[in-house]
Design a protein around this ligand. Structure first.
Ligand code: SAM
Length: 399
């Protein structure tokens, strides 16, 4: 089924329907409703390469996405979100750790976090924000990825009972007294608009991809998010997409490379440059700062739908492409500053020179381009991006 372009992308609709049947049966006094639908829900589970399971979304533009990496959902939770969050160090120094889990899905990132901090003498408070009630309810049918998954399940079951969707206590484990899991079933944009001065030590930002869920990667979303971060908090996300990174920089964040897992990277952001260990490559910096790919998503009131946000960005890209920013065609930004004679593919070199000639330069190694790129490469990546953007603006307003 195709997700309506004006609505959020969530798990597949048939999966949701079964969960609603479970709710209905429990409301009608069927104690074994979950047992009854166990096999049907198992039919929606997709096994990833490390043996843990994921689910599929509805379709958007005729494509669905899985909730986690097919290379390993459990691996992704630990290696892309929890381990690089530096919360283990913080848990040794602080008495309380607060985490914002954006797009909680089936609770993998939070379970991995609780497992990781298991031996620490620290209070852990997590705000779990997920728009789909049926998705959090599906968590109760997923095999545990680690011991702490049962705490997340307990919190979800208690929430669903409290709200009147479920009626029976089936999850046996008890949440340890140092752990507080607050569940918020709402759009993450509404959550951060109304979030009351919480200071988070880390944010797990785990929506679907930017091409499918741009609303949670906009400059405006990041700007609001910045208000709730401690100076040393890290935002972790699996995507390395240029508009996302550009949006973070425009919101005032420092950014760096996330850990590489199975060839794909990610992005780590913070208010503080000192918290970023691995800077972006200069090649990525050029793409973000100098070309139309670096146009971020905009969502001024944090209310626009998918199509409005995508079309707004498309319109802006068209306006600047080849005029106030270099076009991203044939990866031009990566070649800026190189001697065209060093490019083996002669027709590619001609094309690249053609793009910059249309903008009034002689070639991709025009002196003005070389001088544009001459910045201090030891400064933080975000500062390099901002400096290049300023220099590009000055240069093109003279052309
Ligand atoms: C990639 S999955 C998250 C996986 C999850 N972090 C985990 O550990 O299992 C993305 C989730 O975002 C949710 N979602 C989509 N749009 C949302 C929005 N605007 N606000 C909050 N959640 C949203 C979807 O329902 C889906 O469960």
């Amino acid at each position: 089924m195709n997700s309506d372009e004006s609505s959020r992308l969530e798990i597949n609709s048939q999966n949701k329907e079964i969960i609603r049947e479970v709710f209905e049966l429990e409301a009608n006094g069927h104690k074994d409703a979950r047992e009854l639908f166990k096999d049907e829900i198992a039919g929606f589970l997709i096994r990833t390469e490390d043996g843990s399971y994921t689910l599929s979304s509805d379709k958007r533009n005729d494509e669905s996405e899985t909730l986690h990496s097919k290379f390993g959902a459990r691996t992704e939770a630990f290696e892309k979100f929890v381990i690089p969050s530096k919360l283990l160090e913080k848990a040794k120094e602080n008495s309380v750790i607060k985490v914002l889990d954006i797009c909680s899905g089936i609770g993998y990132n939070v379970s991995a976090l609780l497992d990781y901090l298991n031996d620490c003498d620290v209070e852990i408070e997590v705000d779990m924000v997920e728009s789909s009630l049926e998705t959090i309810a599906t968590t109760l049918f997923i095999p545990d990825i680690c011991e702490s998954h049962s705490y997340v399940k307990k919190a979800i079951e208690s929430y669903l009972i409290d709200k009147g969707y479920l009626h029976y206590n089936k999850v046996l484990s008890n949440i340890p007294s140092n752990i507080k899991l607050n569940i918020h079933v709402c759009d993450a944009r509404d959550y951060i608009k109304n979030c009351n001065e919480k200071e988070y030590d880390a944010v797990f930002l785990d929506p679907f991809s930017p091409a499918k869920c741009p609303e949670l990667y906009s400059v405006d979303f990041f700007t609001k998010l910045m208000e709730y971060l401690t100076p040393t908090a890290l935002i972790l996300t699996y995507t390395a997409a240029s508009p996302v990174r550009a949006g973070m920089v425009e919101a005032g964040m420092h950014i760096g490379e996330g850990p590489r897992v199975h060839r794909s990277g990610g992005t780590i952001a913070s208010r503080s440059a000192d918290m970023i260990d691995t800077p972006l490559s200069f090649s990525d910096i050029k793409v973000i700062s100098l070309s139309d790919v670096g146009i971020p998503f905009i969502d001024p009131y944090l209310t626009d739908d998918y199509s409005t946000i995508m079309e707004r960005r498309q319109g802006q890209r068209k306006k600047v492409r080849g005029i106030t920013m270099f076009p991203s065609s044939n990866k031009l930004p990566r070649y800026l500053g190189l001697n065209p004679d060093d490019i083996e593919d002669v027709s590619l070199a001609d094309k690249l020179n053609g793009y910059v000639q249309n903008m009034g330069f002689n070639s991709i190694d025009d002196d003005r381009i070389i001088s544009l790129l001459d910045i201090d490469k030891n400064q933080p990546s975000s500062n390099q991006i901002l400096e290049l953007k300023d220099k590009l603006f000055d240069l093109l307003s003279k052309n």
